[in-house]
Write a protein that binds this ligand. Structure first.
Ligand SMILES: Cc1ncc(COP(=O)(O)O)c(C=O)c1O
Length: 409
């Protein structure tokens, strides 16, 4: 069969996370692996009421094909809501996509030629790695610091890429509560990144699923809101703020990009489901989005607090183990001492009935072997405590094993 596959398909890898996640699905395992939103945050009663009304009274519209650009009602509703958050976006700068994963796919299709350099965080979101790789981007990793991407290293890598005669297409960033680390890019770095992009004439792909889930600290404006020459393409998904199952996001770009994006989307799926677009639009119009988001923020803050408390209670911090303390989002990131391999440790964690995602899955250069992502959003607070206790036992055993290994070796 292999002879029939396209070169592109033959090069595409299955997501390592999805393969590992299959092993964590047993009910007895406390899983910090999947990056899912808490289903209790989905406004099911409200959506059920809207759905009943839309299906009964507006079936000729919502069960029909729609415009490839997306529902005007949804785009208008989101545009108005963005305004209350300091982001001026016209409906012509918006394309509704089948969630942000499709946005990433369209960016790849419309903008990336084989060999084009796209810079990304070390580590970064695995789905973006998959999407850019499919279009044969040359993904170049840039390490993260506590306040986001190390821009001095980025400058060096730009110089290197230019010296090698490569074409730089853009940089992919998740400025707020990044997946997988929970790290937020500082305002200063956002401004400097934009300056670098202007100077070098490349694009910024700003992916923002978590910015609205800030439960501590002060909101930092998006890079897109500081953009004056249309070089930032922003992806805003409703997956984490409303429902992942609706499969809805808005791709925001300068109108000069839109025609191409619309053509790419038409070739992919003609249009995004009108039914789900209208469910979301009506939620924005008929309900209080801010009150809804406040509930989410409170819920996720309590879970983050539970995980941080459990980590400081059980994890042997003095052994050189560190973790991030995110002000929002769904994840935190643990770094174990060099020499501990979280992939090798994974089966032993499963034996103790706890799971995480291995760090190296998020690194385009295969590093990060001593790191792991913990997601606190779907597990109850009691289970977070128990899960971290189990994980700490696994880590202690691993540390002991590495000491013995070191002595013998
Ligand atoms: C940074 C980032 N981008 C994109 C996505 C994809 O989300 P969706 O396709 O549901 O919008 C996720 C999901 O976890 C994410 O963390």
């Amino acid at each position: 069969m292999n002879r029939f596959f396209s070169k592109r398909a033959a090069g595409a890898k299955r997501s390592a996370i999805r393969e590992l996640l299959k092993l964590t699905e047993k009910p007895e395992i406390i899983s910090f692996a999947g990056g899912l939103p808490d289903p209790e945050t989905f406004p099911r009663e409200e959506l059920a009421q809207i759905a009943a009304d839309e299906l009964r009274n507006h079936y000729e519209n919502v069960l029909q094909y729609g415009a490839s650009e997306g529902s005007l009602t949804l785009r208008k509703a989101v545009s108005r809501w963005f305004k209350t958050h300091g982001l001026e976006v016209s409906v012509d700068e918006m394309l509704v996509t089948t969630a942000s994963q499709q946005g990433l796919d369209l960016i790849g299709k419309a903008l990336v030629d084989p060999g084009d350099v796209v810079f990304c965080g070390l580590p970064t979101y695995l789905g973006a790695i998959q999407a850019f790789r499919l279009f044969q981007a040359d993904l170049v990793g840039v390490p993260l610091e506590e306040d986001g991407m190390d821009l001095n290293v980025l400058e060096k890598k730009i110089a290197q890429a230019k010296a090698d005669g490569k074409r730089i297409k853009g940089v992919y960033v998740i400025p707020d509560f990044q997946n997988p680390t929970g790290i937020t890019m500082s305002r200063e770095k956002r401004i400097r990144l934009l300056e670098i992009a202007r100077r070098e004439d490349f694009l910024i792909f700003e992916d923002d699923p978590y910015g609205q889930l800030r439960f501590a600290g002060e909101r930092i404006p998006s890079i897109r809101s500081m953009d004056t020459d249309g070089r930032v393409i922003l992806l805003f998904t409703l997956s984490k703020v409303l429902s992942a199952g609706l499969r809805l996001a808005i791709l925001i770009a300068d109108t000069r990009f839109m025609d191409v994006f619309v053509r790419m989307k038409q070739a992919s799926d003609l249009c995004t489901s009108k039914l789900t677009q209208h469910l979301a639009a009506r939620f924005f119009l008929d309900y209080d989005m801010e009150a809804h988001l406040d509930l989410l923020r409170r819920r996720y803050r309590a879970k983050r607090d539970a995980m941080l408390a459990a980590l400081s209670r059980y994890m042997p911090e003095d052994e050189g183990i560190t973790w991030t303390r995110p002000d929002g989002g769904l994840f935190l990131w643990v770094r174990l001492p060099e020499g501990i391999d979280t992939e090798e440790m994974f089966p032993r964690a499963l034996e103790k009935k706890v799971a995480y995602v291995i760090g190296s899955a998020f690194y385009v250069d295969g590093s990060g072997r001593n790191e792991m992502r913990l997601c606190y959003s779907v597990v109850t607070e009691e289970k977070i405590e128990e899960g971290i206790k189990r994980l700490s036992e696994v880590v202690r055993e691993e540390l002991a094993r590495s000491r013995i290994g070191g002595f013998v070796g």
